[in-house]
Design a binder for this molecule. Structure first.
Ligand SMILES: Nc1nc2c(c(=O)[nH]1)N[C@@H](CN(C=O)c1ccc(C(=O)N[C@@H](CCC(=O)O)C(=O)O)cc1)CN2
Length: 286
């Protein structure tokens, strides 16, 4: 039976550590770290995630400032808001919830954030720092994935990691982090030929393709570790929806360890956002 890596418990433990760092900052300076959360539009999933981020901030003592903007909010006005947040010394982190509405150029918006306040780690400066291994802020989901993997792996040298998915948010940055640990990394995607054969050689699979139950039991070699990043909402006959991952977890008994969906990578994403916000605030004060 595969070990289930409990992302909820690990996220709680990380948030408890973050809360202790926040308390130390407040004792030192009287000011808590502060995160600006910007949501443009009314995407239902984004609203859930933003609500969760704000309530988790409150739980650990981070001050959050919410900017909820209408779906037709002009791009120029969004850029002006980012300029204001960049120059506000009381704001340590800026988060623009993705996806943005189609009339907004997401790359332009993310590039406008001060890299020191870019708690999502999406700014090109932070992307460059990650790829050169020179510090910076690391995207939250990949950071969370590495913490989950570190709970079951001591030494990555000699291990083959296969990343399925090449997004800027997950696939590319997690590949960089695995390389930094000295794993041998293959980045694949939904168009990759012979994907099951490639996956079957992996000691570590990170599935971030956004394709429900893509990774089947026969794709996974016995003893592999499988991180499921997919969050796919499947409509049910009764009108409700069920969340499933990118892996057919019920076929993975022969794996060494797997992350569940829900309750695996997702909660770690939010805990790592809080962690990055405190890190940005600590760096701003030194
Ligand atoms: N600016 C950002 N936008 C987006 C990011 C991001 O890291 N930064 N990632 C995703 C959405 N996301 C956070 O924003 C996120 C997704 C899922 C979860 C989560 O806890 N999921 C639950 C299950 C889903 C549910 O209950 O609805 C789980 O896996 O247990 C947290 C955060 C895209 N946008």
């Amino acid at each position: 039976m595969a070990q289930i890596i409990d992302g909820r418990a690990m996220a709680r433990a990380l948030s408890d550590e973050t809360a202790a760092r926040v308390a130390a900052m407040v004792a030192d300076s009287g000011q808590p770290p502060a995160l600006a959360v910007v949501l443009v539009g009314d995407d239902p999933a984004s609203q859930v995630y933003v609500r969760r981020k704000i309530s988790e901030c409150a739980r650990v003592g981070i001050r959050s400032v919410e900017h909820r903007l209408p779906v037709d909010h002009p791009q120029d006005a969004l850029l002006t808001l980012i300029d204001l947040l960049n120059s506000d010394p009381a704001i340590h982190g800026i988060l623009i919830q993705l996806p943005l509405p189609p009339h907004i150029d997401a790359a332009l918006v993310l590039d406008r954030i001060d890299p020191a306040k870019d708690v999502d780690g999406f700014h090109p400066v932070n992307v460059g720092r990650l790829s050169t291994g020179t510090g910076g802020l690391v995207p939250c989901t990949p950071l969370g994935i590495m913490r989950l993997l570190d709970s079951v792996i001591d030494d990555y040298r000699g291990l083959n990691a296969v990343v399925i998915g090449k997004s800027n948010i997950v696939g590319k940055p997690v590949a960089m982090l695995l390389l930094e640990r000295e794993a041998t990394v293959t980045v694949t995607h939904i168009e990759t030929l012979h994907l099951p054969d490639i996956a079957r050689k992996a000691d570590i699979i990170v599935a971030a393709a956004g394709a429900p139950h893509l990774v089947r039991g026969y794709w996974v070699k016995p003893g592999a570790i499988v991180i499921d990043v997919g969050i796919n909402r499947i409509a049910q006959a009764d009108g409700s929806s069920q969340i499933v991952g990118d892996c057919a977890t019920q076929e993975l008994d022969h794996a060494r360890a797997v992350t569940p969906v829900p309750g695996g990578v997702g909660p770690m994403t939010i805990a790592c956002l809080l962690h990055n916000t405190v890190l940005a605030a600590e760096r701003a004060r030194t």
